[in-house]
Design a protein around this ligand. Sequence first.
Ligand SMILES: Cc1cc2nc3c(=O)[nH]c(=O)nc-3n(C[C@H](O)[C@H](O)[C@H](O)COP(=O)(O)OP(=O)(O)OC[C@H]3O[C@@H](n4cnc5c(N)ncnc54)[C@H](O)[C@@H]3O)c2cc1C
Length: 419
Amino acid sequence: MAVWTESEGKRVHDPFYHNFLLAKTDKCIVVDEPVIIGAGPSGLAVAACLKEKGIPSLILERSHCIASLWQLKTYDRLHLHLPKKFCELPLMPYPPGFPTYPTKQQFIAYLEAYAIQYDIKPVFNQMVVSAENEDGRWRVRTEEGTEYLCKWLVVATGENAEAVIPDIEGLEQYKGKVVHTSAYRSGDMYRGKKVLVVGCGNSGMEVCLDLCNHGAMPSIVVREAVHILPREMFGSSTFGLSVWLLKYLPIQTVDRFLLIMSRLMLGDTSRFGLERPHLGPMELKSVSGKTPVLDVGTLEKIKSGDIKVFPAINHFTKHGAEFIDGRMEEFDAVVLATGYRSNVPFWLKDTEFFSEKDGYPRRPFPNGWKGKQCLYSVGFTKRGLLGASMDATRIAHDIAQCWQVMTKQLNHPSSKLST
Ligand SMILES: Cc1cc2nc3c(=O)[nH]c(=O)nc-3n(C[C@H](O)[C@H](O)[C@H](O)COP(=O)(O)OP(=O)(O)OC[C@H]3O[C@@H](n4cnc5c(N)ncnc54)[C@H](O)[C@@H]3O)c2cc1C
């Protein structure tokens, strides 16, 4: 990596490409290696796969640590939702003795060991605010005032970069405490309180269970139909079983099987206000990316009445909410389990590869990992860590081909003469 500290508008020399570039900020850094934005599991996976091929990389991370989503924005009782064999990063298995569903602390320890193993040292506290391609080179600017110039740019900022705060009428006049799940740690501080959890994905359902276990009185808002599946069937994970069945059977047949088993094991969820969507769980996931809820015990609490179910909110009042079925209730606090979104459209000046609407690559999995002008995306597959690992392997392979050609050119005697 070549580093210059230049004042506004100075020319900087780029030894790798033998030309000059115009620096626009106080500190301009020309980077020979690929630049990866985001030090979550996806960014780490790309860096490791590149390292294995002898290619260095530079990771820019807005936070002060790796895996900031997991370290700073998740609740204490979190375990991986999927079995560990579907959540491994490339090149390094989980240590022996890890349970099937590692805790968040175990997962973080695994990622830290991964970073050490591949000598990955991100540059922390670098919030990327813009990246645009100029004459075949990416100019990446950070809020902290540094500019990086590079050939390869890997977007690894994640599907969960920003919390989604819904626009519900009256929320601003509600007097109780409101937090997004990214700021929720445990039900401890809600003991004895009536809490409304808005959203019934995996996080919303698990937060409700956590609140119950800490002596709070949670209610959950279920706005849309939702598939709830048992986390395990016949002693193996429902996810693993579904992946296996999908190899041999059409998706609709697998869905029919899952729905029959769920009915037998969980009963008719619509009796408790949890209607099922018309499409089956796997088909819905493949069409819309909507993940079924894998039940970890919440449904029992709903059945026993420990967790109340409400339909969509009509509006918030000063001390509670009115729902679309006319019911009104007071709550001491609200937890918004309303999900996350990508932040790519805010900083990437390229609308061809990434959609400005949702911040995902326009081409769906498995073709969304590579754009033009050496732009790549990792971890936007709606397939969790498994999808990220597949992207990372492909990206490293692709960059390696180009890297080898360029390195050869650079080492060629005629190239040395010209410098
Ligand atoms: C509660 C919860 C449980 C989950 N459980 C599972 C599971 O069991 N299995 C599974 O496969 N998946 C699970 N997921 C999905 C999970 O988010 C991903 O699999 C994984 O964290 C994705 O990694 P990532 O690196 O793509 O994104 P992230 O982990 O979000 O990492 C992105 C990184 O980019 C950084 N960043 C963002 N914007 C910028 C910027 N402008 N400049 C610099 N840095 C930036 C962020 O700070 C962050 O560190 C879960 C998600 C949540 C929220």
